[in-house]
Design a protein around this ligand. Structure first.
Ligand SMILES: [Zn+2]
Length: 491
């Protein structure tokens, strides 16, 4: 429905620009006229109207204007255009990147689409092992300067991916698309509880102005004040920080907002202005969505991105699933044998960033598992990711070698809280028969509670293991600030 309604508007605007009124600010199609919601910063002195942005901001505006249309293309058209771009990337790679020299050659974008699955999967370990041979010998000046982005791998060992300034242009365009999709008012006060260096943004936090890291005229649009807090702050102080700063919009990790929501419910607290929460970095669960609905009366917005690859998927403006950001990445979900998964079937996520010509990553296995969904009713042609499941190590291994993803029901979470006031928990699988159940609680549980917690874990996981309870005041987060609900240490 929306697709049909959206397309003529764009076309009419192009043909009869002066006579056709654009949708009003309050229209549900306001994202077709994204500029009407935002005030651009001016880079030229003495210019008040109309303003002119910096060159890099003009590039962002140009990309975003196209993204506003391409989201409504059919899946076939999007795929066709992706292969035109992939063809450019693969040709460049075969000529200038030693690692891809012997990959099968395609003589057209259509031919590339046919042979695509003959290309091997690039494993995480391949990147560090082939830093030099994966780097292009011909740097494209027009793509801007090259920098290396580091990210911690599954072993905690960082990997480095080289990328150009061009990726920053697309990154910013997708950031703004996310604001547009979720109708954020640029005047909102933004709060964030994120990773900070040790000793930085500690309670009572830091404040500033403008949501983006770009400052002054370098920031594309004018945005409201900000308040930030270090992710390692205890939950009581996070709660106080939230009440004192009273943001309209909060960005944080799922495990942080889950714990904070529980804290607000326990203490009967209310966030006055909070209108939207966006989660990043960890796996979102239905339980976290449910507890935030209860504590804050808000539907969570989640996003899927990685430092080394950019935005992979944004939550649909109308549904709790995600749309792949196909203008930036070619994303596949495949079985262990490399064949494509059908919608509904969990599989490995492979990502090919479309615009990284400095260190092209072709069919890179990010390490996550996900489930594709059927086309979205919102009308966008961007593929749907129904769920993001997490990493291989987030699967429970059975003694017969099979595995499954852990999902704890809302009822089971309720039962757990009836046993003890647990703020956070994590389950570690040490062997095929032993699990460690780590809990963050205000005081150590009594022997009877320990027995009940062990029974709870066996029943909630449907797994007859020996359970060791480890009670702590706070759970240890990994170096990247993440807390995994379930982690298997079995190879
Ligand atoms: Zn949608």
């Amino acid at each position: 429905m929306k697709k049909k309604a959206a397309r003529p508007v764009t076309k009419t605007v192009k043909k009869t620009q002066k006579t056709t009124p654009l949708p009003s600010k309050t229209s549900s199609k306001a994202h077709n006229n994204w500029l009407s919601r935002y005030e651009l910063n001016c880079a030229v002195p003495h210019l008040a109207f109309p303003v002119i942005s910096t060159a890099s901001n003009l590039a962002v505006i140009s990309s975003l204007t196209q993204l506003e249309n391409t989201q409504w293309w059919t899946p076939e058209k999007i795929r066709e255009m992706q292969f035109k771009q992939l063809y450019q990337l693969v040709q460049h790679s075969q000529k200038t990147v030693p690692f891809y020299k012997d990959y099968p050659k395609a003589d057209s974008p259509e031919h590339l689409a046919e042979i695509w699955q003959e290309y091997p999967v690039l494993a995480r370990g391949d990147i560090n092992a082939n830093q030099t041979t994966l780097t292009s010998g011909k740097l494209l000046k027009a793509h801007g300067s090259v920098t290396t982005k580091y990210t911690s791998g599954s072993t905690g060992q960082p990997i480095g991916v080289k990328n150009t300034a061009l990726s920053g242009v697309f990154w910013r365009a997708f950031t703004l698309r996310d604001h547009i999709w979720h109708q954020r008012n640029p005047d909102w006060k933004l709060g964030h509880i994120r990773i900070s260096k040790t000793g930085q943004a500690v309670y009572p936090g830091v404040t500033g102005h403008g949501w983006s890291s770009e400052r002054g005229a370098n920031a594309l649009i004018r945005t409201g004040p900000t308040a930030g807090l270090n992710i390692n702050t205890p939950v009581e102080q996070q709660g106080k920080w939230l009440l004192d700063n009273d943001p309209d919009f909060l960005i944080t990790f799922p495990s942080i907002i889950h714990r904070l929501a529980q804290h607000f419910l326990d203490k009967g607290l209310k966030a006055n202005r909070l209108r939207q929460i966006e989660t990043i970095s960890e796996i979102m669960t239905e339980e976290t969505r449910a507890i935030c609905r209860k504590a804050f009366g808000i539907e969570l917005v989640d996003l899927y991105s990685t430092r080394e690859l950019g935005y992979l998927a944004l939550q649909c403006p109308e549904h709790p699933h995600y749309h792949v950001q196909s203008e930036g990445v070619f994303l596949e979900v495949v079985n262990d044998d490399g064949s494509p998964c059908l919608p509904g079937q969990p599989g490995k996520v492979l990502v090919t960033p479309l615009h990284n010509f400095a260190m092209p990553l072709i069919r890179y296995a990010v390490g996550d598992y996900a489930v594709l969904g059927p086309p979205c009713a919102c009308g966008r042609g961007l593929p749907v990711l129904e769920r993001i499941l997490g990493r291989e190590r987030n699967r429970l291994r059975h003694p017969d070698g099979s595995y499954r993803w852990i999902s704890i029901s809302a009822t089971d979470n309720g039962k757990l809280l009836a046993i003890a006031p647990i703020q956070e928990y994590q389950i570690i699988q040490n062997s095929l028969t032993e699990l460690e159940f780590r809990i963050a609680v205000p005081e150590d549980p009594a022997p009877d509670q320990i027995r009940q917690l062990q029974e709870w874990a066996r029943s909630a996981l449907h797994f007859p293991a020996t359970i060791t309870i480890i009670a702590q005041r706070r759970l240890e987060r990994s170096a990247n600030g993440k807390l995994e609900l379930f982690k298997s240490l079995i190879d």
